[in-house]
Design a protein around this ligand. Structure first.
Ligand SMILES: O=C(O)CCC(=O)C(=O)O
Length: 324
């Protein structure tokens, strides 16, 4: 394991210009690159599945390897790794996310950012987005409305997170899992602070808008206790390996799924809302059916980081890949 070179407590001491250039170079590395449609898919869309128990497997951090990840994702669609990160190392990220979200609001209001550590968008992002300014504006509005922000708009936060992930062995683990280096996504690397009360969000599979001809792993990393009956929203999950995109019939959006549709075949008891502690890692791929945990009893916001990784030969071009 590599040492963490900077912790989040020292974030403001980082060279923010260097971090911004690093993110620009990571984006440039994938600018002209296209996915390889001949490369092997880890989950074949439409593949016939063996029936399994509706559970989310859980392991301690020491048991995480490319093969435990693969076994769990192939059979159950997701995996909880307890205590992958030290809560102490993550605690400074809560005020960091507050600063990033405040800086995004300042930017929207035309105020200059107080500190470039928390908002300094890579210059090439707008040129790389197929619909340029319009797409960037829509993406930012979508995030602002749901209490989230694109991580790469705060390059020092992004670079510091990559160091943290590497220090826990994730870079090498994902290379083994994919059989390829991993890349990330400008659009689906997200800093989150849930809004209360929680609005009823659509059940969805990220493959509905990313496509299914990809190899993916999402690391969903809670930064405070959430889920279950903690009073802070986690995720509602259908804990099942799926290999197709469930139809959007009766849903709010063309990429979401109605609750009736989720419970129709499996019954309401199939849905689970796992309890997480800060530093637990929840891994899943683009077929997992999930949504922000919905309920009326929440009193504490939840902070989390969502980081989608893709195989460097099988990525969704529309999510704007960047090199690791
Ligand atoms: O964090 C949340 O509430 C939603 C996350 C999500 O939908 C996702 O990671 O795809």
């Amino acid at each position: 394991m590599n040492p963490v070179t900077t912790t989040f407590r020292q974030l403001e001491a980082r060279a923010s210009d260097r971090d911004k250039r690093a993110i620009e170079q990571r984006l440039d590395a994938f600018r002209a690159r296209m996915p390889d449609s001949a490369a092997r898919l880890l989950v074949q869309p439409q593949q016939s599945l063996q029936p399994t128990d509706l559970i989310i497997p859980e392991i301690p951090a020491e048991a995480l390897s490319a093969s435990t990840l693969q076994t769990a994702l192939l059979a159950h669609g997701s995996l909880i790794v307890r205590g992958l990160f030290q809560p102490d190392a993550l605690a400074p990220l809560l005020p960091v996310i507050d600063h990033v979200l405040a800086s995004c609001n300042d930017f929207k209001a035309g105020r200059p950012p107080e500190n470039r550590t928390y908002f300094d968008p890579p210059e090439n992002l707008v040129e790389i987005l197929p619909r340029g300014e319009r797409e960037l504006g829509n993406t930012r509005s979508f995030h602002r409305e749901s209490g989230s922000a694109m991580c790469i708009e705060a390059p020092s936060v992004a670079e510091c997170l990559l160091e943290l992930y590497e220090s826990r062995g994730l870079k090498s683990l994902l290379t083994h899992y994919f059989g390829q280096p991993a890349c990330l996504s400008a659009k689906k690397w997200v800093l989150r602070r849930s809004r209360l009360p929680v609005a009823e969000a659509g059940w969805h599979q990220d493959g509905a808008f990313m496509g299914t001809d990809i190899n993916s792993v999402n690391l969903w990393l809670p930064l405070n206790s959430c889920g279950g009956s903690t009073g802070s929203p986690g995720l509602d999950v259908l804990p099942q390996r799926l290999a197709t995109i469930v139809s959007a019939e009766g849903a709010q959006f063309d990429w979401s799924v109605s609750t009736a549709q989720v419970t129709r075949d499996r019954g309401e008891t199939a849905i689970t809302s796992p309890q997480f502690n800060a530093g637990d890692a929840y891994f899943f791929d683009h077929f997992l059916l999930h949504r922000t945990q919905f309920g009326k009893h929440f009193h504490t916001p939840r902070y989390a980081i969502e980081t989608w990784f893709f195989a460097a030969d099988r990525f969704p071009k529309n999510q704007i890949p960047l090199a690791w």
